[in-house]
Design a binder for this molecule. Structure first.
Ligand SMILES: [Zn+2]
Ligand SMILES: [Zn+2]
Length: 290
């Protein structure tokens, strides 16, 4: 089986990553993809992928972390280090160059996770985190740049969309290239039939996580998703599936939980778990061209 989205590069796995990968292999999850969300996590994804057979990396700047560039660009009397107009773009263009420089590594199969995010996070490292139009505009601009790299280097594309469907469609319509067909995924796809129709029209994949075990709208949605469009993911350490989620003490989600998710979806779609595992693994290999 293939966990197409797990953040083993996050601090939560700092001391356990080798054991976590071992445990996953024991239950048949022998392929994993680790997506980056900024420069340090992208580099770490590459390091882990290089060390483990069956592990692959995606590199990219997550829309949430684009906030750091917005803060730097803000003209403010209180911001002593505020840069002049001319150098405003320097910070994110230098980060984009760093992303680009990682693409030559054979374990880097994709750009991700990148996209648009309008969710107001309660927990964030950025003080006064707000979703303003200026912020969304910058998210779109940086997404366009990253999609450009996907096309240029013929990589796959892992898209993160949260509460931002219209913005996402706008950018994808503007930047779409035939090379993205069969090589793109709406990761942790919101249960939305317009997203599904867009994905069908553009030959994209739909990523489904452990929240399907308790999120009723996703359980209905999955029935409409054709099997040949489906890929499995955990989004570890987040989105722990049931029954683990409700257990005392609270475990972290990890790739070894993919079989739980597979079993749950197979039940909903009324097919054998073997069939579902086989098809979703094949889909993921197509997505990442492995
Ligand atoms: Zn995401
Ligand atoms: Zn993620």
């Amino acid at each position: 089986m293939f966990d197409t989205h797990c953040h083993l590069n996050f601090e939560a796995f700092d001391t356990t990553v080798d054991d976590v990968i071992e445990r996953a292999k024991k239950v048949g999850v022998d392929h994993i993809l680790i997506p980056g969300t900024d420069i340090p996590t992208s580099k770490k994804a590459v390091q882990i992928a290089e060390k483990h057979e069956g592990a692959y990396a995606a590199v990219g700047i997550h829309p949430h972390h684009i906030y750091q560039f917005l803060i730097e660009m803000r003209p403010s009397e209180t911001n002593f280090f505020h840069k002049t107009n001319k150098s405003e773009k320097n910070s994110f263009s230098s980060d984009l160059k760093k992303i680009e420089s990682l693409l030559g590594n054979p374990k880097v199969v994709s750009i991700g996770e990148v996209g648009i995010d309008r969710h107001i996070y309660q927990k964030t490292k950025y003080p006064d985190y707000k979703i303003g139009e200026e912020f969304v505009k910058l998210q779109k601009e940086i997404l366009e740049e990253q999609i450009g790299m996907v096309v240029k280097y013929e990589k796959s594309l892992i898209l993160h969309n949260r509460e931002a469907k219209a913005d996402m469609f706008e950018v994808l319509n503007k930047t779409w290239n035939k090379k993205l067909e069969g090589r793109s995924v709406f990761h942790c796809c919101e249960p939305d039939h317009e997203l599904l129709e867009f994905a069908k029209d553009h030959k994209m994949f739909i990523g489904v996580d452990g929240d399907i075990t308790y999120y009723k709208a996703k359980q209905e949605f999955i029935k409409a998703v054709p099997l040949d469009m489906l890929v499995l993911e955990t989004d570890s350490p987040f989105l722990n599936p049931e029954p683990n989620r409700s257990k005392e003490g609270g475990t972290k989600n990890e790739p070894g939980n993919i079989p739980l998710i597979a079993k749950f979806i197979a039940n909903l779609k009324n097919i054998s778990v073997e069939k579902l595992s086989e098809q979703t693994t094949e889909n993921a290999k197509k997505l990442f061209k492995l």
